[in-house]
Write a protein that binds this ligand. Structure first.
Ligand code: OSB
Ligand code: MG
Length: 373
């Protein structure tokens, strides 16, 4: 038995880091990653997490303002000064507060990092990871022109990414995928619609079938498993769900009714490492593969994703790219880099396995507040 963790203080810090290239999806365009970083402290031991909310409620209902509010007023006070038997207990300890999975994940993942560091093991080892490198892809946003997108794909292929995901929306779909497929006949390709279609668009989505996409991610509404199951009967390309999978129950239901065959797991969307593990296990039990999604995280969130993606049922390339694909200067040292053959090494040092660059974090800070027990 390891001793319980008693949090003595929690720091919330909002940072803004410009992206090297704007990222556009069906729901909007991002020029920077603006995130809340959470540092949990227990008698000198520290752990770090990153909230995957954005300034606007476009991908999910949470925003940086709601996450900060809920962390500051409710979640952090509920945990400070109390004995936490294990980080996997945090989801239950925070059950009194409805919703806000990204805010909950930010503190839950920070305490996981703290627990792994305290035990002197990597976060991957702490979580039960089974690989020392993970296969990775790149998610490419909507570009002003097809030629600009083809240039981006070319660069990604040259860098060795194991698969390319194209963001699609009505009007940037069939022709887009056709052109990329023509130019790169053997590339592992997927498409992500971020809920931009309706079931009535089934024919348009079926028109993507000839291009050999490995999956279409979240074509329909985030609340709608039923219509995804209907769509799955009308198209050949496998469906993957992102926004709709809020936890293990949603995963079980979606797989059971045929709303998807593959699941994208994101720590923030599901509420942290323990919930991510539960989704992973639900998919494994149903014989479905999972892969690790991304939210343009800084190196802190990215290292959490790398540790998560080292679990056994992460059998498809994740949206886990090198630091340089997102930021001129990442918040960790060393930055995340691609190893050979479209892989990234899972950090092996204690916890997240990378040092934090506090000079850069300070320079990127918009506001900070420490809450003490
Ligand atoms: O739907 O997967 C998504 C980024 C922001 C919000 C939603 C999504 C994404 C990505 C980027 O696709 C993945 C990455 O972090 O590289
Ligand atoms: Mg997605």
């Amino acid at each position: 038995m390891t001793a319980p963790i008693v949090l003595t203080s929690v720091e919330l810090r909002e940072v803004r880091l410009p992206l090297v290239h704007p990222f556009e999806t069906s729901f909007g365009r991002m020029e920077a990653r603006q995130a809340i970083l959470v540092t949990a402290e227990s008698n000198g031991a520290r752990g770090h997490g990153e909230c995957t909310a954005q300034p606007e409620p476009l991908f999910s209902a949470e925003t940086n303002v709601t996450a900060w509010h809920v962390l500051e007023e409710f979640l952090v006070p509920a945990l400070l000064g109390k004995g936490i038997a294990a980080p996997s207990e945090i989801w239950n300890a925070l059950r009194f507060a409805r919703g806000h999975p990204m805010a909950k994940a930010a503190i839950e993942t920070a305490v996981h990092d703290l627990a792994a560091r305290r035990g002197g093991v990597s976060l991957s080892r702490y979580l039960g990871g089974t690989r020392d490198r993970v296969t990775v892809g790149i998610s490419l946003g909507i570009e002003p022109t097809l030629d600009a997108l083809l240039g981006q794909v070319e660069k990604a292929v040259a860098r060795g990414y194991a698969r390319v995901k194209l963001k699609i929306k009505p009007g940037w779909d069939v022709e887009t995928v056709r052109r990329v497929r023509e130019r790169f006949p053997d590339l592992r390709l997927t498409a992500d619609a971020n809920a931009a279609y309706r079931l009535e668009d089934a024919d348009r989505l079926a028109a993507l079938d000839p291009f050999g996409l490995e999956m279409i991610e979240q074509p329909l509404d985030y609340e709608d498993l039923f219509d995804h199951a209907e769509l799955a009967k009308r198209i050949a390309t496998p469906l993957c769900l992102d926004e709709s999978i809020t936890g293990p129950d949603a995963a079980r239901h979606a797989l059971r009714i045929g709303a998807c065959r593959i699941i994208n797991i994101k720590l923030g969307r599901v509420g942290g490492h323990a919930r991510a593990r539960a989704v992973h296990d639900a998919a494994l039990a149903a014989g479905a593969p999972v892969w690790c999604g991304g939210m343009l995280e800084t190196g802190i969130g990215r290292c959490h994703n790398l540790a998560l993606a080292s679990l056994p049922n992460f059998r498809l390339p994740g949206d886990l790219s090198a630091s340089e694909r997102y930021f001129a200067e990442d918040l960790i040292d060393p930055p995340v880099t691609l190893a050979g053959a479209g892989t990234i090494a899972v950090p092996s040092g204690p916890g997240l396995g990378h040092e934090l660059r506090w000079d850069r974090i300070e320079a990127a800070t918009l506001r900070a507040r420490t809450i003490r027990a």
